[in-house]
Design a protein around this ligand. Sequence first.
Ligand SMILES: [Zn+2]
Length: 442
Amino acid sequence: MTTQSGNCNGDMHPIAHIYQLLPCRRGWKDHRTPLEQLQMKQLDAQSEALIAPIDQAAMLEDAQSWSAINTGTANLDGLAEMAGTLADAFTALPGDVKLVEPAPVTAVGADGREFDKQHGQHLTLSVRPNAERRLLFTGHMDTVFPKESSFQNQTWLEDGVLNGPGLADMKGGIAVFLHALKAVEQSEFAHRIGYDVLINSDEETGSLASAPLIETMAQGKYAALTYEPSALPDGTLAHARGGSGNYSLIITGKSAHAGRNPQDGRNAIVAAASLVLGLKQLQTDECPVNPAKIEGGAANNVVPDHAVLRFNIRPKSPDAAQQFEAALAALVGDVKQAHEVDIHQHGGISRPPKPVDRKAQRLFDLVRDCGASLGQTIGWQSTGGVCDGNNIASCGVPVVDTMGVRGGAIHSSDEYMIVDSLSERAALSALVIHRLASGEEL
Ligand SMILES: [Zn+2]
């Protein structure tokens, strides 16, 4: 969850959760219920052969070496190093790895001026693009921890639980899909399926520099898997997600002397205040609105001619998002007229709400079934957090977006990864890919 955009899962887990999850971790390893053991035996020989090459030690080595590279979204040097390292790692798969320039993104300063925001390159890979059925795998290489963050190192909290920046969110997840795909490529059914991989560099600030690329790459895909960490440390997936929008309203009035001719002034701060009150009126259960900051103003003896108002919305459905946008346009028009100011709108909804439709539900069911055959019990729950899964779903592509490792306390220096979950989730992905390659209909 970022301060501005609220990304990733948004489901924070205090460190205390580690102690709650440990029995669960052992439960997967050592204490399977008789039913689960029975289900485990149901793994057919083909599936056994498919997951056999998954190399837990190699996965951990990848996740640890990637965590050691600082990739805060604004750390362009770190991101460049990471992109190069990932490009090398992904040459293990067929197809050409490409580094793609970020889309231009502007932000608004406190003075109301727009400026360019720099981002790192994104990594893409296309494998068998002419296959009839194609999938999309996505992850992000950036983290919320800036270059100057004090959280740079890894610490074993105890056997099997590793604390470190980006391990769960989501360098461990990148290892999960890389190794799942390596296993798939060694199987005889690999030729039946094509896929694209996208690892973007700006997910943690809302994917503004990769949104057009996500949209392009989602086109024509049968299904997508995104490797955010599980919503809960027990492996629970995030199901439906609300959306998120970030706005800046730049208000320009007219300055005047506060004593001599205040009637000639047009007060931008008063107009901003009026917008704030109006925005709170627009809030509904279906669309929380959070006016977050007013910047601007002038000296006490000057009618201020400038203000910037920033706010976030969390629409729970596409309808709620549409209704808000229409109501906002009307509110801005009213305030413009009433206060005789100019209002320029910057930003908007960058994460559309992600309802789970019939096809997406079938993909969830498929993941659950594949988990069951591995002896993993997989459930799901809705969340207020957002991620690239929102953008993929808005292209009409079924997506499960928490296929990454089990872990928790993401976006804090307590972030941890449950190490066994690397191979556990890679096996899960490999089975899901196998079923989709075998013609499973969604
Ligand atoms: Zn993430």
